[in-house]
Design a protein around this ligand. Structure first.
Ligand SMILES: Cc1cc2nc3c(=O)[nH]c(=O)nc-3n(C[C@H](O)[C@H](O)[C@H](O)COP(=O)(O)OP(=O)(O)OC[C@H]3O[C@@H](n4cnc5c(N)ncnc54)[C@H](O)[C@@H]3O)c2cc1C
Length: 395
């Protein structure tokens, strides 16, 4: 940052400590915690890229969930505690955690195992099918209608429905049962869609100048955030560092994932795969992550609709939706899009665990299911105690 910029950032941070802004937007949420200079360097254009909206127009709730207790004070505390002999900040903020336990072949392994266990215990899983009809009678869900990959339609009776499909789609599938004002809220819920471009290269132009040992001197990061407003890419993932077992020749090749945020149907979303790979390579060279002229050995593009539930438009009316949905005693809304909340995987799992605990115990209210990840202060490593049921998790 250089001395001048550092002094400017320090002064603007102190100014924000002296006079807080009303916390009525994501912009003010960030400025109160980091000062205007650091906000404009690190958060303003990244947030605009991620959501396609100015942070002025986004609810501060998203900051409370994503950034949690991270602030300059928390950063300084973390740095100081690391300087102490044997110093490790035990209460480290979620955003500052430096070590993860990670499945050898990626997080999908967890769900492959869960699916195998469901089948082993006599459960049936219908794959490659889309639910587009929720059958209801007298404020109870009694079944679902779904379409298989070959376009054939089927119906299935249900005693209990746990829904992790996007709230917009859930309410759309409930048809005529849904009153007009609820439909309006559901259809107005915003989402951000996501394109990830995997690129296989022999090496990166970045060098590992840290003391962290890595295979082939690869730079040790798992994620690199791209704040630069002139670059469309939002984040770089280095899959070799998540787990070298996910890369077939990790000693000589690097798989990186370039993340782009779009809206379904916009000109970027519709780009053919080879043009996505071209854009990604061009931006990597522009940033100095790849050397110009170095060959891209392979690429792969994945498009994910509704990857991010967003916090604007009718988001503020979710309590109305929730109250209406809770009128269906045997319906539980769980997960990330299922609750339209920016939940990580642990929180998404926790909502399901809470729902199951209610079903087993016969508890009728769903406060605990909707209440996961609504606490402002959150410590990932110590959160198991926050679960109300007997289900505990180690994150
Ligand atoms: C780019 C990115 C990076 C992330 N990184 C992390 C991370 O590092 N750590 C972390 O903890 N979390 C991370 N997350 C968040 C994590 O992926 C989610 O919290 C988690 O996957 C949510 O689980 P879920 O079961 O609610 O939803 P999903 O995993 O989205 O599962 C819902 C499933 O339902 C299916 N579905 C939807 N509608 C229907 C329908 N009508 N009929 C049938 N099936 C349907 C979908 O196809 C999907 O398979 C990340 C998310 C993204 C997008």
């Amino acid at each position: 940052m250089g001395l001048v910029q550092t002094v400017k950032a320090g002064c603007s941070y102190l100014a924000s400590c002296v006079k807080s802004l009303p916390e009525d937007s994501l912009e003010n949420f960030y400025i109160n915690r980091f000062g205007r200079v650091l906000y404009s360097m690190f958060f303003q254009s990244y947030t605009q890229k991620l959501w396609g909206r100015s942070p002025k127009d986004i609810s501060p709730d998203w900051g409370a969930q994503r950034v949690k207790g991270l602030s300059i004070r928390a950063l300084l505390k973390d740095c100081l505690s690391k300087m102490l002999p044997h110093g490790k900040n035990r209460d480290v903020e979620t955003s500052l955690i430096e070590e993860f336990l990670y499945p050898k072949y990626g997080p999908g392994q967890l769900w492959e195992l869960a699916a195998a266990e469901i089948v082993e215990r006599g459960g049936k899983i219908v794959r490659g099918a889309g639910v587009d009809e929720i059958l209801c009678r007298d404020n109870m869900v009694c079944g679902v209608g779904f379409v298989r990959g070959d376009k054939s339609r089927e119906k299935l009776g249900a005693d209990i429905l746990l829904s992790s499909m996007p709230l917009t789609d859930l309410l759309d599938s409930m048809g005529k049962t849904v009153p007009e004002h609820i439909k309006t809220v559901a259809r107005g819920l915003p989402y951000r869609d996501f394109v990830t471009v995997g690129v296989l290269v022999e090496e990166l132009a970045l060098r590992n100048n840290t003391r962290i040992p890595t295979l082939n001197r690869l730079v040790p990061d798992c994620w690199i955030y791209v704040q630069d407003a002139g670059i469309k890419m939002g984040r770089i993932q280095i899959f070799n560092n998540w787990s070298p077992y996910m890369v077939s020749d990790a000693e000589h090749k690097v798989w990186i994932g370039l993340e782009y945020f779009c809206d379904e149907g916009d000109p970027y979303w519709n780009l053919p795969d080879d043009q996505w790979a071209g854009l990604a390579s061009k931006e990597l060279v522009q940033m100095g992550v790849l050397e110009s002229g170095k060959a891209v050995l392979d690429f792969h593009v994945e498009k994910v609709k509704k990857a991010y539930p967003a916090y604007f438009d009718t988001y503020k009316d979710i309590p109305t939706l929730r109250t209406w949905l809770d009128g269906f005693e045997n319906l539980y809304c769980i997960g990330r899009n299922g609750q339209h909340r920016y939940n990580n995987m642990d929180h998404s799992m926790a909502t399901a665990m809470e729902a199951v605990a209610n079903i087993i115990s016969g508890k009728k209210t769903k406060e605990n299911v909707w209440g996961v990840n609504t606490e402002k202060e959150y410590h990932e490593q110590g959160r198991s105690g926050a679960l109300s049921g007997e289900y505990k998790m180690n994150t």
